[in-house]
Design a protein around this ligand. Structure first.
Ligand SMILES: C[S@@+](CC[C@H](N)C(=O)[O-])C[C@H]1O[C@@H](n2cnc3c(N)ncnc32)[C@H](O)[C@@H]1O
Length: 332
């Protein structure tokens, strides 16, 4: 049996009794590491609290492990009880949003241009390097490890589908999710439109597809939950191109950066979907003792220090008087 167990949002004690009972009877316990490292303040070696509380040793399963070794985990679950721990609720939402993935370079104009420019520079430098570079280019074009940044949503549904195809029984044990914990600010959960994810902008990669979704939500007067990028154990582009993985230091997006990026996109698109005076609610560490919730205009929230991770943001749509009354409690 594969148990997919939600851990809740705050800390190791938010597991449900049902979840704890299931963990204790499992012979192998994996923990989804993308978000858990930051939300539970863990280091890769700092799992001992959790292991003591749950009475089991835990293997951190990062994105690579889950994607490359999912079948191994599922095969174990065929013959024994295996737990897969997930921060929040297993179906609360997708794992990390932006991921470098192995795809054909032929679909990536940006990276193809990068290769061509770098090749040209090297051609000029020396004939020897030219030979090497041609070989590299051929390798990049045809190797599956060639990298493109894609907006990807890997849901826990994938694991359930794969498990079912392999004939593995699956039991899901739910818990609190960021998707419902934002309700604390008083905005009604059934007044939300499509949730968006905001990726970290880079010099050359500034995706803004969230803009259309926010526009549609706002047309309907709906609130928009913005989930903010987390980068844990992300390989650097350079190391991926060289085929030897080196990882970026972990980082998470703050409410402030999210608002800066949102305003940059509004400035570029100019459709007045939102602006500096649009009312939003910023959240940090929901479910923890020191959670922080602040309501105010985008301009006001830019000045607030929300502290350590994780953060998310709600762009407020049309409000009911009761929602307004609650928001006042969180005003600046
Ligand atoms: C991909 S979602 C993970 C959802 C999780 N499975 C759940 O059900 O809550 C991760 C994003 O949710 C937001 N988030 C998760 N936990 C949070 C928390 N405790 N406080 C504020 N935001 C949080 C952050 O923006 C983070 O990047």
């Amino acid at each position: 049996m594969l148990y997919i167990i939600g851990l809740g949002l705050g800390d190791d004690k938010d597991i449900t009794l049902k979840g704890l009972e299931a963990v204790k009877k499992c012979s192998k316990v994996y923990m989804e590491a993308y978000t858990s490292l930051l939300s539970f303040g863990l280091s890769p070696n700092g799992l001992s609290n959790l292991e003591n509380l749950y009475g089991r040793s835990i293997t951190l399963a990062d994105r690579e492990m889950v994607e490359e070794k999912a079948d191994e985990i599922l095969n174990e679950a065929k013959s024994s009880d295996v737990a897969f721990l997930v921060v929040g609720d297993p179906f609360g939402l997708v794992w990390g949003s932006m991921a470098p993935v192995a795809v054909s370079p032929l679909v990536s104009a940006e990276l193809a241009a990068f290769c061509l420019v770098s090749c040209l520079a090297v051609y000029v430098a020396t004939l020897c390097v030219l030979c090497f570079d041609v070989l590299s280019l051929i390798y990049f074009l045809f190797s599956p490890s060639y990298v493109n940044f894609q907006y990807r949503a890997t849901t826990h549904t994938d694991i359930v589908v794969r498990a079912k195809k392999l004939g593995v029984d699956v039991k899901v044990i739910h818990n609190a999710s960021v998707m419902n914990a934002v309700g604390v600010c008083g905005l009604q959960l059934y007044h939300y439109g499509e949730t968006v994810s905001i990726p970290f902008f880079t010099e050359t990669w500034r995706p803004d597809s969230f803009y259309e979704k926010i526009r549609e939500n706002r047309k309907l007067g709906l609130h928009t939950l913005c989930l903010l990028d987390i980068r844990v154990k992300e390989p650097t582009i350079e190391s991926l191109c060289r085929g030897k993985k080196q990882y970026e230091p972990p980082r998470f997006m703050t409410v402030n950066t999210a608002i800066e990026q949102l305003l940059e996109v509004e400035e570029a698109r100019g459709e007045s979907v939102y602006g500096e005076n649009t009312i939003c609610v910023g959240f940090a560490r929901l479910g923890s003792e020191d959670q922080k919730v602040v309501a105010g205009s985008m301009k006001q929230l830019l000045t607030v220090d929300f502290g350590p991770p994780l953060h998310c943001l709600v762009i407020v749509g049309k409000t009911h008087p009761v929602e307004e009354e609650m928001l006042e409690f969180y005003g600046l």
